[in-house]
Structure formats: structure tokens, C-alpha cells
Design a protein around this ligand. Sequence first.
Ligand SMILES: Nc1ncnc2c1ncn2[C@@H]1O[C@H](COP(=O)(O)OP(=O)(O)O)[C@@H](O)[C@H]1O
Ligand SMILES: Cc1ncc(COP(=O)(O)O)c(N)n1
Ligand SMILES: [Mg+2]
Length: 584
Amino acid sequence: MPKIKIRKMKSHEIRPNTRTRGLSTSKSFFRLSRMAYFCTQVLSTSFFTPKPQIPVLLNPGVACIKSFHQYRFLHIKAMQDDKVSTPTPSDECMVRVPHVLTVAGSDSGAGAGIQADLKACAARGVYCSTVITAVTAQNTVGVQGVNIVPEDFVAEQLRSVLSDMHPDVVKTGMLPSIGIVKTLCQSLKEFPVQALVVDPVMVSTSGHTLAGPSILDSFREELLPMADIVTPNLKEASALLGGVPLETIADMRYAAKAIHDIGPRNVLVKGGDLPASVDAVDVFYDGKDFYEFRSSRIMTPNTHGTGCTLASSVAAELAKGSQMLSAVKVAKHYIEAALSYSKNIAIGGGRQGPVDHLLKLKSNVQRRSFDPCDLFLYAVTDSRMNKRWGRSIVDAVKAAIEGGATIIQLREKEVETSDFLEAAKACLKICRVHGVPLLINDRIDVALASDADGVHIGQSDMPAHVARALLGPDKIIGVSCKTPEHALQAWIDGADYIGSGGVYPTNTKENNKTIGLDGLKTVCLSSKLPVVAIGGIGISNVQAVMGLGVPNLKGVAVVSALFDRECVLTETRKLLEVLKESTK
Ligand SMILES: Nc1ncnc2c1ncn2[C@@H]1O[C@H](COP(=O)(O)OP(=O)(O)O)[C@@H](O)[C@H]1O
Ligand SMILES: Cc1ncc(COP(=O)(O)O)c(N)n1
Ligand SMILES: [Mg+2]
């Protein structure tokens, strides 16, 4: 049976006693939690198939997380070994996984409800426990029957999970009786959690009542004031506000504000059913600002369970430690990608089919998530320079990685597409071995075809939100930005980082305006995303750049200083040393 090795974590990487409640805000803690959880997913044949269970051993000596200054990457070593020792984890080495508890109804068709929540959380890499409030007989045609779980048994399930397993976030779906709402509120007072996500489910998309209007008072008086976010669709928002018609984005803004007045800290009014809307627009209000989350509308009948999925994904991101706005943004990108992935699947003969949540598992499960520290020493290739020095793209990339580059971008303006694709595939092999992400400049097609980790795009390339829709939620997207306005748009569009420059004049890019250190600083200070500086940077000026000291400036992107030289390995090593010095 395979087992994995994870090395013992250093004290700065993990809190001393991870069994205690509450979330650590330490980024490395979350990263490690995610990694370890990812191991359990990969090696336990995912938790949808109950058997065979493969023990995941987290005690020292049976683990291997290789940590290396700016980048960390999990090396999973699955060994065929029949002798599996009994896990004896010591407290110090236990890794806590992000955990969402869903309190919702079961959907026998598994498109919505508890089943959607389980799948969405799994797809987002989060553990999900379940308290079932009702069992529905449901399929793609509609809801044939509802059996409400007795209130005291809902209370017992809540006590079982909350008293022992300490979920980070509770997400609610179908709450079919006033008694169940009250029981839930009581339990949450007794066992507080980090965040409460309320999806005020009332009517299924097929038109069946799942929680009647009698529930509204207990929602308004008890549950919503406890919620960190409430996510009504148009019908639910209207019901919460006494039946006001909601037909436009302006109406959704009004509703978001009016529902906020009831007491939840944030409101997301979902516009999946907004009439005459080309895009799928959701309106978010945090009590101060409004944000519109907009995605393309996917033309598909398979939208059953989108609301449950969105709310669970928000809960999952919160459990991983995200801020609310970022959690909503990621969830929205995920539902768009899931809808797009599922648009043509045929399950059932009814009008509304389910979403397929597990798109990610069908792509490469071994990909790790983006870490802003990856931007530290960002190597950008240039085919002209490689030609000049008589080396291939692959040799150049290999040398840069060996020298300490933490991320690679292939910027190959003059290479034929088929050669570019071959080179990208070959580079990817090397990058994966070293745990270094590989990005493709401009060419989303090449990124998709090679399964690279993401793309870097300029202001005149494919808009970032379109790239995000094409690449899905897990690929890395970087955008070149010269102004705070560019940076804001990149964030809204779902980018992961921005590249800002040219900081100094450069001849690798024609007609490129230099923004200087001041321009870079202005962009960094306004950007919600991590920034990598670019343009004419090398050993002589890297200290001045990093010396700006702005926290979200995470590194430098370099072309000539690495590749227009005889020995890429030596130059990369030298630059890495200076870079490390300048960030001490
Ligand atoms: N056809 C679609 N294309 C893209 N996004 C959609 C589509 N239908 C719904 N969504 C999105 O799915 C999420 C759930 O919305 P909605 O369907 O309005 O909620 P509910 O499922 O609770 O009725 C929202 O983010 C919405 O914008
Ligand atoms: C058990 C249960 N919970 C929630 C929904 C809402 O999902 P949708 O609005 O997509 O029908 C549902 N249909 N069934
Ligand atoms: Mg819907």
C-alpha cells in the first residue's frame, strides 16, 4: 500500500498545538495545511470512494515537505510498501485541515444540497462535514418528496460535529422549519465558529418550496444577524424584503443594502436568474462599498445546485483563511468554470441538470497553488538572446532553475507555435521536478495545450477575465500594469499577481514607457495583488528596487541580466544572492 513521507515541520511553520481551536493567520500554516490535506486527497483515492483507505502518516520521519527559502513544494513520494505502520502522530506535528460544516438538505439527485456542498468543498480542497436537515427525493425533473429531520436529531448531529471536530466555517442551506433555525442558532452560540455563510434556500430552481415563508421571521430575527455573509438569489432576496420586485442590477443593489440592514456583515445578491442579462452578475455589499461580480453567462441547462455550490465555495475559501471579498471572487470564478465544464453533460431527462464540480480532479491534481513568494526571482526567457548565445529554451530554463529562479515565464515572440508547444512541454517537465511554476507569455492556447501553470498577459492581450474563464480557477494569471487603474482591473478580473514596469529603460520591449521607481511604488501601494517589478533590472539596481520596501512587492522579473549572458546559471546565482541581501 502506498504511504507518503512528510518531514517534520519547523516550529515557525506551524503552531505548537494545532489541535486547539481557531485559525492561524500564518500564511505558511495555511500553505502547509493545504499541502497535507492535498496529500490525503491524492493518496486516499479521494474521499468519495470509501475504500481502500490509505493511511496518511504525518509524524516525523514519514513526511516530506521540502522547504526552500523562497519557494516550497511538496514532494510526494508514494512508495509501494505493504508494511504500513500504525500512525502515531505527536501533537506537535498534527496538521489541521480547513473544515466547513454544511447544515443543509440532502438532494437524492446530488446536484444541490448536501451533495453539492461536499463536492464543492472537495474540489476546493477543504474537508466538509454534514448536518442533514431534510431528505429530499429529487432529480433533474423536480422535487418529488421532502422528509424533514426531527429538530432534536438535527440538534444531536450539530452537537456531534461542533463539539468534537471544530469546523472553521458553518455554511447553511435548506433549513425547513423554524425549530431547526432556532436549534442551529443556539448551537452556534454554544460552539462559535470563525465564519457563518447563510444561503437562505427557499425554493428549488424547479419551483418546489424547500422552506416556506413562515421561516422568514426567524431568518430575519435570528440567523441573518449572526451571518458573516448571506447569499440570496433574486427570489430569496425579494422574499426577505417582503416581496419587492427585483429586476435590474440597480434593484439588486437596493436589495443588498436593505438586507444588510437586517444584520449580516456582507450580502451577495446572486443574479443567475436576472432577466435579460447577457452576463451572470452578482452584487456584493459589505456595508460600505458595492462590488459587481460579473462572469459570462454559460448557455447550459445544467445549473441545478449553482447557489449551493457558490455558498460552499465561499465557505471553503474562508476556511482556508481568505478575506471575504477574495473568497467571493474565487467562488464566482469557480462556479463559472464548473458551469462551463459541465455545459454539455447529460444526466437525467429533466429540464435542469447538475453541475459537475470535480473538473479540477480531471486536470492535474498534483499542481500546487500560487504562492506570491514564487515571484522572488522571476526569469523571463527571450529567444533572440538564446539564439545569440547558442542555447535552446530548455537549456536556458534548466540553468535558470538550477541558479535559483523561483518562477519561469516563456516569452517566445519569434518561435513557431509547434516548436513553442514542444519547448513548453519540455520546460514543464523540468519545472515540475523542481516545484517551480511555468507561465506562458500571451499565448493562452499554448498554456492550455502544454498544461503549463498559467499565463502572463499584457494590457493589449486577451482581457484577464476572459483568460480566467478559459483557464479555470486554478491556473496562475499575471497581468502587466503601469497604473493603479490597471492594477484594480487586474484584481477584479481574477489575476493572481501583476508585473509592473518598465522600472528602468530596456531594449527587450519596444516603445515601452518607463514608469521608474516612483511609478512602481504608486502601483504597488494601490495594488491588492502581489507585484513583481520588471524592466531593466539586474545586479546593479535590484537593491534600489527592493529597497522601496513596499510589502506587496515580492520580487523582480529579469530577462537580459540572466539570458543575455554567457552563463545563465552563474548570473542567476549572483542575482539571487544580491536579491536575498536586499530583502534582509
Ligand atoms: N448560466 C450561468 N452562467 C454563469 N453563471 C451562472 C449561471 N447561472 C447562475 N450563475 C451563477 O451561479 C451562482 C448562483 O446563482 P443563482 O443561480 O442566481 O442562485 P441559486 O442557485 O441560489 O438560484 C451565481 O454566482 C450566478 O451568477
Ligand atoms: C436539498 C436542496 N437544497 C437546496 C436546493 C436549491 O438548489 P437549486 O436552487 O439549484 O435548485 C435544492 N434544490 N435542494
Ligand atoms: Mg439557480
